[in-house]
Design a protein around this ligand. Structure first.
Ligand SMILES: [Zn+2]
Ligand SMILES: [Zn+2]
Length: 138
């Protein structure tokens, strides 16, 4: 059986990457740091073994940020367009891939919410809100 490949890129397209094999996890994180990082209610991240990950273009355009006050928190972004891009965990064992950076839908789905007690007070599950196929006017 062919191994799954997870390809992704940033918004400006200059950073490209691929992860192969099985994702170790796929989860939403609702912690306050991930809210700041993502600018959204939660992040949606996959995790892979570091040896299953490769940059295909633009690695030099990426930057990582290690929050000094945190033991593990880290993030990665494209210095041109600011998009979230993968980053290697601080223990150098794993790569975290922001699911929104993927170019094709993976055949797996998020399996859990973590730091759910820290979720934004205004958080509402997307499926609980009215749905419009495209942009909606007020
Ligand atoms: Zn970019
Ligand atoms: Zn988080």
């Amino acid at each position: 059986m062919e191994e799954a490949t997870f390809r992704g890129s940033c918004l400006c397209g200059q950073v490209r990457f691929a992860a192969r094999g099985a994702a170790i996890l796929f989860q939403y994180c609702h912690c306050s740091r991930c809210r700041k990082r993502s600018g959204s209610a939660h992040c949606a991240n996959l995790m892979f073994k570091v040896e299953h990950f490769a940059w295909e273009a633009g690695e030099a355009l990426t930057k990582r940020f290690e929050l000094p006050a945190a033991e593990r928190f880290c993030s990665g972004f494209c210095t041109v367009c600011g998009s979230a891009v993968p980053w290697v965990t601080r223990n150098a064992k794993y790569v975290i891939v922001p699911a929104g950076a993927l170019d094709e839908s993976p055949d797996i789905f998020p399996e859990r919410n973590v730091h759910f007690d820290s979720r934004a007070q205004w958080y509402r599950a997307a499926s609980d809100l009215p749905q419009f196929a495209e942009e909606a006017s007020r």
